[in-house]
Design a protein around this ligand. Structure first.
Ligand SMILES: Nc1ncnc2c1ncn2[C@@H]1O[C@H](C[S@+](CC[C@H]([NH3+])C(=O)[O-])CC(=O)[O-])[C@@H](O)[C@H]1O
Ligand SMILES: O=C(O)C(=O)Cc1ccccc1
Length: 247
């Protein structure tokens, strides 16, 4: 059987490393990314599936849809499947050349009816305008914390009234007991999906200071301050959640 690179098994952290470099979205990660995210993020598949339904509901005729931090384009393709409104376009953006190259191949292979452009660029400088659906699916957590409010402000300013931002994130909890419990349960989830304790702990070190999670109330308050009018969680599994923010 021919296995596409996107289907390869993630074994990046399975040998003991003398020095663990900061996590980055390079070619090695891009080659195994689908396997990595599916075995690491509880509910990832469900969120991807629901993005199709949410797109169908919120896309407005003649508007632009954005997938910011698109990786291999899983959410982009889900948006393309759900898009029924006329004269829309989808712009998928990522600053990892390795991801963008593979995303273009994946999008090209699907022959979507929707017009999809995959752009290699920084979402901190991407112009957002005339948007009805914006997806940040596990991307904001990699943006330096001080850049997050200005980014959400620009997104909100570039959206049409009635448009939606779908924001999915790994989160932490204010209650120490619950926070520890859900952190441990996430590791149980990874173990149950075939990761060893060594892989889990080495990847945890690589992600330290790279993936910076916040609490659900911090996300909610910042979205409301940016100008979104209705904000709440629509999906949660352990310490991973997704919010809808309607302008
Ligand atoms: N400043 C930036 N500009 C552009 N891209 C960025 C930036 N910072 C990080 N990225 C990109 O954001 C993506 C985050 S992964 C998204 C999964 C995808 N949404 C999915 O639904 O499969 C989430 C995860 O791995 O947990 C990577 O591809 C980065 O290169
Ligand atoms: O693996 C983890 O522990 C995570 O928090 C999720 C994740 C998934 C894919 C890339 C980086 C982080």
């Amino acid at each position: 059987m021919l296995v596409s690179p996107a289907m390869s098994k993630d074994q990046i952290y399975n040998e003991s490393m003398a020095k663990i470099a900061d996590f980055s979205f390079d070619a090695q990660v891009a080659d195994v990314f689908t396997d990595m995210i599916e075995r690491s993020v509880p509910g990832y598949r469900s969120i991807i599936t629901m993005i199709e339904t949410l797109t169908q509901h919120y896309a407005q005729p003649g508007s632009t849809l954005y997938d910011l931090g698109c990786s291999l384009g899983a959410a982009t393709l889900s948006m393309a499947r759900g898009l029924k409104a006329e004269n829309c376009r989808i712009i998928a953006v990522d600053n990892s050349a390795a991801m963008v190259e593979r995303c273009r191949t994946a999008v090209g292979r699907k022959h979507t009816c929707a017009s999809v452009r995959v752009v290699e660029g920084d979402i901190l400088t991407t112009e957002i305008s005339n948007a009805s659906v914006v997806v940040l699916n596990f991307t904001l957590q990699f943006i330096p914390p001080k850049e997050r409010a200005p980014l959400l402000q620009r997104i909100c300013d570039g959206m049409r009234p009635g448009g939606v931002l779908i924001l999915s994130e790994k989160v932490v909890f204010e209650d120490d007991h619950l926070n520890g419990l859900l952190f441990d349960i996430h590791h149980d989830f990874k173990r149950a999906h075939g990761y060893s304790d060594l892989e889990i702990s080495q990847k945890r070190s690589a992600l330290e200071n790279v993936l910076v999670p916040e609490t659900i109330p911090s996300h909610r308050d910042r979205l409301l301050s940016a100008g979104f009018t209705s904000v709440d969680v629509w999906f949660q599994c352990f310490n991973f959640m997704s919010m809808l923010a309607v302008k």
